[in-house]
Design a protein around this ligand. Structure first.
Ligand SMILES: [Mg+2]
Ligand SMILES: [Zn+2]
Length: 429
């Protein structure tokens, strides 16, 4: 799923004039081009949503509206600011006038597209496969903010145009900005916050029958799902935007955590249509990843200093940092060889022969967005195909730690982790 910034047209992109009927009245507001470029670079679709009741009033034809829309689109795209779609509502619900021309009656209806209804957004949602929760609605009237709220988008009121003075709807926007440029900078800041991707797929074959009714990440440790422990850890280090990828019994996870508010975080879900491996899961989450991100596997209990890990990653400046730990079950782990600068030079996939190193690849990563360009498709195996290629060409580092980090892969390990947790031999979280 993807995300979009919905823009109102008049008073947001172009100067608000009382009645815009001709293209010569179109004046693009300052810095709109710059703002749209920023938003496009962040991976947003730019979709304009505008009420044009002048059509219903007989002051404009639909073809005039389309001409003006196309003209605005052209003006912007010439300067490198692409608008992906413009939706307009030509309707108005008033019917009591006696003098409505018969050909206009079709526009005098209670439609589902006139803002604050979300008919136009729904169309865009379908066409662009959008996740409203990750979308923004930007407008200059309270009706725009109400529309955004009705769809569950984040909302930004601009001081350009009406600047919210219409006061028709009593709604609080999430942000108020001087203009579209300032709004784009706020969105940039929001999306560049460090995020975490939790890969919560996997059937958990070896933990049957426990995993017949619960996905592995929902198995309790000390009475709480593993996933909840992870979310608490992330929150402790200020990572509040979490993307959970999954397939198997995914509804159980969604139901438990919902939007994350109860746990003090924001969660979005990337549901797989078929079970995917790490590469596929990451590829699915790609539209939501704009910067450096943590990646965790949902079956790992860990208590790590994430700030230290992040500082290591930033200092090394690699594309990817893989957390490594000395394993007590090397035969059952992917082992890793690093050089004296901690750069990963070789990975030994299990099953493998006895090898000198006992540094095991854990399921905690820090990655840069650029790595997605090196994962070719959703049907690829990240660990056996992509990663070995990536370490040859790019800098991938191993962060060696003895902090608590154990995967709940088998009954024995699950039991052991529960024991450790309950006896508080290690303070987990
Ligand atoms: Mg407006
Ligand atoms: Zn309409």
């Amino acid at each position: 799923m993807y995300r979009a910034v919905f823009l109102d047209r008049d008073g947001v992109i172009n100067e608000e004039v009382n009645l815009l009927t001709e293209i010569k009245q179109v004046k693009i507001l300052p810095n709109v081009v710059k703002a749209i470029k920023i938003l496009k670079d962040l991976g947003f679709y730019i979709i304009v949503i505008t009420n044009q009741p002048q059509v219903a009033r007989g002051l404009l034809r639909e073809s005039d509206v389309r001409n003006i829309n196309n003209y605005i689109k052209k003006l912007l795209s010439r300067k490198g600011a692409k608008i992906d779609a413009i939706y307009y509502c030509p309707h108005h619900p008033e019917k009591h006038h006696q003098d409505i021309k018969p050909e206009l009656l079709k526009y005098r209806i209670e439609c589902d597209c006139r803002k604050p209804n979300i008919g136009m957004l729904k169309k865009a949602e379908k066409k662009f496969n959008l996740n409203f929760k990750e979308c923004y609605f930007i407008g200059d009237k309270s009706v725009d903010i109400q529309t955004g709220k009705n769809a569950g988008c984040k909302t930004i009121l601009l001081k350009t145009g009406y600047g919210g003075k219409d006061k028709k709807y009593d709604v609080e926007p999430d942000f108020v900005c001087d203009d579209l440029y300032e709004a784009s900078k706020i969105i940039e800041k929001e999306v560049k916050k460090i995020k975490a991707v939790i890969i919560a797929g996997g059937r958990g074959e070896r933990l049957r029958p426990l995993t017949d009714t619960l996905p592995k990440p929902m198995l309790p440790i000390g009475g709480k799902p593993i996933l909840e422990h992870q979310i608490e850890l992330l929150k402790k280090y200020g990572v509040k935007d979490i993307i959970i990828c999954g397939y198997y019994l995914f509804d159980k996870i969604k139901k438990y955590f919902s939007d994350g508010k109860k746990f003090g975080v924001n969660i979005i879900y990337c549901e797989e249509k078929e079970p995917l491996d790490t590469g596929g899961a990451l590829k699915n989450a790609q539209p939501f990843i704009t910067n450096t991100s943590f990646v965790l596997y949902g079956d790992t209990m860990l208590n790590m200093d994430l700030n230290k890990l992040l500082a290591f990653h930033k200092n090394k400046g690699g594309l990817l940092t893989v957390v490594l730990h000395e394993t007590d079950h090397p035969e059952d782990s992917d082992l890793v060889e690093i050089d004296k600068n901690n750069r990963i030079i070789k990975i030994y996939k299990k099953p493998h022969k006895k090898i000198k190193t006992n540094l095991a690849k854990s399921s905690v990563y820090v990655l840069e967005k650029k790595i997605f360009n090196l994962i070719p498709s959703k049907r690829h195996s990240f660990h056996s195909t992509d990663l070995p290629k990536i370490i040859k060409k790019y800098r991938v580092y191993g962060y060696v730690t003895n902090e608590f980090l154990k995967d709940v892969g088998t009954f024995d390990r699950y039991e052991m982790i529960n024991k450790i947790y309950l006896s508080k031999q290690k303070s987990l979280i």
